[in-house]
Design a binder for this molecule. Structure first.
Ligand code: ACO
Length: 335
């Protein structure tokens, strides 16, 4: 029988410090009304001055261990940390996680902007289904508030910090992940950047140290790929939109989420929205949203969940998972 990979355990973390829209309006020319009506965001959690992507990744894994016990990590052969804001170019954040939890595992970071965690899940799925690994610990952790330009109101209001962790391993049919959609279009590279070692992109566009974004172009791109990639993922799962019990999209903007939801013909109660509380947490947004949905009792075994994300690169990813096959625990059950 072919092995099928599924998600069997989850954990999440958000820093304690909160910045409300009103707080932001005191340091830049913006308002709660503008931010809420254009994005749906009310608050965002912000990493402490001395708190980094690795710290938040540790905390998300600790949350997972609190829920499922230390044995949930037994047999982990690979750690993948998806992030846009690694602590350093090396050591890779994933190696810090491997060491912290005493795992006998390979470890690498994956840079694919906001869809990074879904990319990591697709890699984990390949490892599991080919028999190369028994368990893969996938993490999305991002401290984007450390790379936003706090003088640019067009971007600074959008992002928050956080982390989510998930174990990917083999599960019994009918549970698990259907073939996923993974895509990129570097032709739109200049629309969303955070600088690295180069002064400019191959196209000549100057790179800045801080995050830059062409909001309108990213918005148009997002609405387009959320539509095409979700339909493609549903098709790869052999389903139709009517079969989807819960839609778990990347948490960037409620207008983008609503457009995708409406195109799929899904009612509002079938969508997970957490961005009002957290803003855009990049790679952490979907594993955090899944953990919240589980805690809220919104996910039952056998439910078909549709996940989708878009971001810098430009890049996107989508996939359907039939939930089940794990020992899921809500925060309340494991308290
Ligand atoms: N407060 C008040 N006014 C503002 C703010 C703000 N925070 N930001 C922009 N404005 C002003 C602009 O200056 C502009 O004023 P003007 O007309 O006088 O020039 C006006 O509001 C409208 O600006 P737009 O940029 O046209 O606003 P828009 O409706 O497009 O919303 C937004 C901007 C929210 C950024 C939207 O374009 C968007 O959501 N884009 C997608 C962004 C996204 O999802 N990024 C995720 C990337 S994921 C990753 O990989 C990191």
């Amino acid at each position: 029988m072919t092995r099928r990979a599924g998600i069997t355990a989850l954990g999440a973390y958000a820093p304690a410090k909160v910045l409300t829209n009103d707080d932001l309006s005191k340091i830049m020319d913006t308002s709660d009304e503008w931010i809420r009506s254009r994005t749906g965001i009310r608050r965002r959690h912000v990493a402490g001055e001395d708190e980094y992507t690795s710290d938040m990744a540790f905390s998300a894994v600790e949350d997972l261990v609190r829920r499922y016990g230390q044995e949930a990590l037994d047999g982990t052969d690979m750690v993948i940390v998806a992030t846009d804001t690694p602590d350093a170019m090396f050591p890779q954040t994933a190696a810090l996680v491997q060491h912290r939890f005493g795992l006998q595992a390979g470890a690498f970071d994956l840079l694919a902007a906001c869809p990074g965690w879904l990319y990591a899940v697709s890699v984990a799925k390949a490892y599991i289904e080919s028999g190369q690994a028994r368990k893969v610990l996938t993490i999305g952790s991002d401290a984007l508030t450390k790379v936003v330009d706090w003088t640019d109101r067009r971007t600074a209001v959008l992002f928050g910090d956080g982390a989510g962790a998930a174990i990917v391993e083999a599960v019994e049919a009918p549970y698990g992940l259907a073939p996923m959609v993974i895509g990129a279009d570097g032709g739109g590279a200049e629309h969303l950047t955070v600088g690295g070692t180069a002064k400019r992109l191959p196209s000549g566009t100057e790179l800045k140290e801080k995050l830059t974004m062409n909001g309108r172009e990213v918005f148009k791109f997002a609405v387009r790929v959320m539509n095409t990639s979700t339909l493609e993922a549903i098709d790869k799962a052999g389903l139709t939109p009517d079969d989807i019990e819960l839609f778990v999209p990347h948490q960037a903007n409620t207008r983008i989420i609503d457009a995708a939801r409406e195109r799929l013909g899904l009612s509002e109660d079938r969508v997970v929205v957490t961005l009002d509380e957290y803003g855009n947490n990049s790679t952490a947004s979907i594993p955090m949203a899944l953990t919240h949905a589980l805690d809220d009792g919104r996910i039952q075994d056998g439910d078909r969940l549709l996940m989708v994300a878009f971001g810098g690169g430009l890049s996107w990813a989508a996939g359907v998972i039939t939930w089940g096959g794990g020992r899921y625990k809500t925060a309340k059950e494991s308290a």
